[in-house]
Design a protein around this ligand. Structure first.
Ligand code: KG4
Ligand code: ZN
Length: 370
């Protein structure tokens, strides 16, 4: 089955052609059978709007919508031609219908509906968060082991989810304010490190993890004076919720204080490393807590922040020490992409069997929940 995935929920215009094969036919099959199955990514094309939003330090919805409109058709065409596939050969169109920015979602949803109508194809709306979850099914070590605990960490979401079967999700914890990615984006902005903040913070932090780096040598001289310690919000709370806005405020005050005494090139890498550590400590602690209480067979991570190398390492160590495996999506599928939407769309299609004229009813929903 060939699926055309389309994703425009935020600031990436993305399209992909994914082929589902093997024992996926019945998604409730035992793990051994579904292990025979797999997805092949025939193409995964994405046009990033980072250059457009960079100067604003965040995503500007109207500019995002305009750029999606300009790029949606070339991106879909690009995905089809890279996959050497014609629209006529597509068996299903899967499109993100929420959550996300309404002006962005509408472009992808309406393009998908128009194609479904014109080419008489079944169409299915996909929840963006479910798409992130299914990015774990795109790698060789395919998901499908239940119950699993999934940590979704993106620019808009931080959620701990208990997945007991296909389509069966229970949100066991979530952020009470900012998402983890948002925290990286906002603190990177405070430090003048650029956008998106996650990779910028990671790169800045790496400056001091290299033992040979000049900055690190300098920092060791001033170490006794330069005390950088940030809070780990809610790390000991007896639930699975998160809070990251206090971290942002703590960074603001500490940075404004330190900048009076030390040169920014010394403070920034140490601040970035501490921000990264604080976020990782909280995420790993809360996930380990969920493992102890819910006894999953596996833990997976998903969402743009899952691209963070230190987070992957820390999670793998912590979860493996609990005696269960840890999965993370391939790096190419960690941040927003359309292959994950195609994969999630496939499982939804098997469960829901959409009507032939599904395009009539499909609507974007900015606040769609799992
Ligand atoms: O899932 P995603 O691509 O878009 C949303 O659905 O929000 O996630 C984007 C978020 C941004 O906040 C970005 O700063 C963060 O993922 N991110 C990272 C890394 N790459 C992207 N955060 C930490 N480390 C990274 N390497
Ligand atoms: Zn996302």
């Amino acid at each position: 089955m060939r699926i055309l995935g389309i994703e425009t929920s935020c600031d990436d215009t993305a399209a992909a052609v994914v082929e589902a094969k093997g024992g996926f036919a019945n998604p409730s099959l035992p793990t051994e059978a579904s292990a025979q199955a797999g997805f092949s990514i025939l193409s995964n094309v994405s046009y990033s709007q980072v250059a457009i939003h960079k100067k604003f330090g965040g995503i500007v919805p109207n500019l995002a919508s305009r750029a999606h409109l300009e790029k949606i058709m070339p991106t879909i065409k690009g995905a089809l031609s890279a996959a050497k596939t014609k629209l006529g050969d597509i068996d299903l169109i899967a499109v993100t219908r929420g959550p996300g920015l309404m002006p962005s979602l509408l472009i992808g949803v309406n393009a998908a509906r128009a194609l479904a109508y014109r080419f008489r194809k079944p169409i299915i709306g996909v929840n963006h968060m479910e798409g992130h979850i299914f990015s774990n099914w795109l790698s060789e070590r395919i998901g499908g082991i239940f119950p699993s605990v999934i940590l979704i960490v993106s620019g808009g979401h931080t959620e701990l989810i208990l997945m007991s079967d296909y389509g069966k999700y229970k949100i066991i914890g979530r952020t009470l304010d900012d998402a983890a990615g948002e925290c990286f984006d906002k603190t990177a902005r405070l430090l003048g490190l650029g956008f998106p903040g996650g990779p910028a913070i990671a790169a800045e932090a790496a400056k001091i993890s290299n033992p040979k780096s000049e900055v690190r040598k300098k920092l060791q001289i001033t170490k006794h004076k330069l005390h950088i310690e940030l809070p780990r919000p809610m790390i000991n709370s007896k639930d699975y919720n998160f809070s990251f806005s206090g971290l942002k405020t703590a960074v603001l005050y500490l940075y404004n204080d330190l900048i009076k005494k030390y040169p920014p090139e010394e403070i920034k890498p140490a601040m970035a490393a501490e921000i990264q550590n604080a976020v990782i400590d909280v995420l790993t602690a809360k996930t380990a807590r969920a493992v102890k209480n819910f006894n999953p067979k596996i833990v997976m991570i998903a969402g743009g922040v899952s691209a963070n190398k230190k987070l992957r390492e820390a999670m793998a160590a912590k979860i493996n020490s609990c005696g269960i495996p840890f999965f993370a999506p391939d790096l190419s599928c960690a941040t927003d992409n359309a292959a994950m939407i195609a994969a999630a769309g496939y499982f939804n299609y098997l469960r829901k069997k959409p009507a032939k004229d599904g395009w009539k009813k499909l609507e974007a929903d900015a606040n769609l929940s799992l």
